[in-house]
Design a protein around this ligand. Structure first.
Ligand code: AMP
Length: 287
């Protein structure tokens, strides 16, 4: 692995707080950097697990990509360090946690909330794509909220930095674009597709092609079996945006710039990135 930004970071630089989450490879803790008092999330990954699952290269790529991204709607990876047993990622703390849980509690979001999130995500993804980064696993479970309720794209484990068509099968069933299922090669337009799935999910509470079994979900995606349940809560403008993102031909999907200019977004989205200044000040203190 390339050397971390400041070689001498170690666990002793942090006061470790509560356990806030866990995954296949390790645990996430709330922590405070002792000198600056800056609150962060520490993702502690056990080397033994990395080895067991052959995930070293995966993590190396994730770190390289996420560390180079700096956007208000992308979870910051400030730095990382390692000791004998662990690799530790020092991440921006997203105090309001997983969007998945918020949607579960709410059932569905209002058009204002959904449009605000979609606009923020479109802006963040456009930023990533400009840097030739494709996320490839945009889904509810990979979105976090900070203390102000700003959405943050997290988990760049499947991301790739490339201009060429890719062929690795990746992503999560409900969000898979048709070209990913067919294995004909994919590009950044898979993120636009996933944004369409998310917009639908925000407004209806579940993704559009979801059925009990996996094979039928895939079949529905390939058949483009997209229906909009009748409800007074979802306007024709929202359906228009979703229909322009969930387009089988990836080259005809609405661009992210056009998502931000779409009339439904213009009408409904609230301000995004309003706390950038404060965030920049805090960041400067930590690094
Ligand atoms: P992960 O292993 O990345 O899937 O993280 C497991 C869980 O930890 C997530 O589902 C979140 O609930 C929590 N988590 C991870 N990173 C953060 C963060 N930066 N801020 C707040 N919670 C986090």
């Amino acid at each position: 692995m390339a050397a971390p930004a400041r070689q001498e970071w170690s666990m002793s630089d942090f006061e470790i707080g509560k356990h806030i989450g866990g995954g296949k490879f390790g645990k996430v803790y709330l922590a405070r950097e002792k000198q600056s008092g800056y609150v962060v999330a520490l993702k502690v990954i056990y080397k033994e697990k990395l080895e067991k699952y052959g995930f070293h290269d995966h993590l190396r790529r994730e770190i390289k990509i996420q560390q180079a991204l700096d956007h208000p709607n992308v979870l910051r990876l400030f730095t990382w360090f390692h000791d004998e047993d662990r690799v530790v990622l020092v991440l921006e703390y997203a105090a309001r946690g997983e969007l998945y849980k918020v949607l579960q509690t709410a059932g569905r979001f209002t058009e204002r909330t959904a449009a605000t999130y979609v606009a923020s995500l479109a802006d963040a993804l456009a930023y990533c794509h400009k840097k030739h980064v494709i996320h490839r696993d945009i889904k509810l479970e990979n979105l976090l909220l900070d203390i102000k309720g700003q959405i943050k794209i997290a988990d760049f484990g499947w991301a790739v930095q490339s201009n060429a068509k890719r062929h690795t099968f990746c992503g999560t069933i409900d969000y898979l674009a048709p070209e990913m299922i067919k294995g004909t090669g994919h590009d950044r337009a898979v993120d636009n597709w996933a944004l369409g799935i998310l917009c639908y999910e925000f407004l209806y509470g579940s993704p559009p092609f979801q059925v009990e079994d996996l094979e039928n979900t895939l079949r529905r995606i390939l058949r483009m079996d997209l229906t909009f349940p009748s409800t007074p809560y979802v306007s024709s403008g929202a359906k228009d945006l979703i229909s322009k993102l969930l387009v089988k031909d990836s080259s005809k999907r609405l661009s992210l710039e056009d998502v931000m200019k779409h009339p439904w977004i213009k009408k409904n989205a609230g301000p995004s990135g309003s706390c950038i200044k404060q965030r920049e000040v805090k960041k400067a203190k930590f690094i």
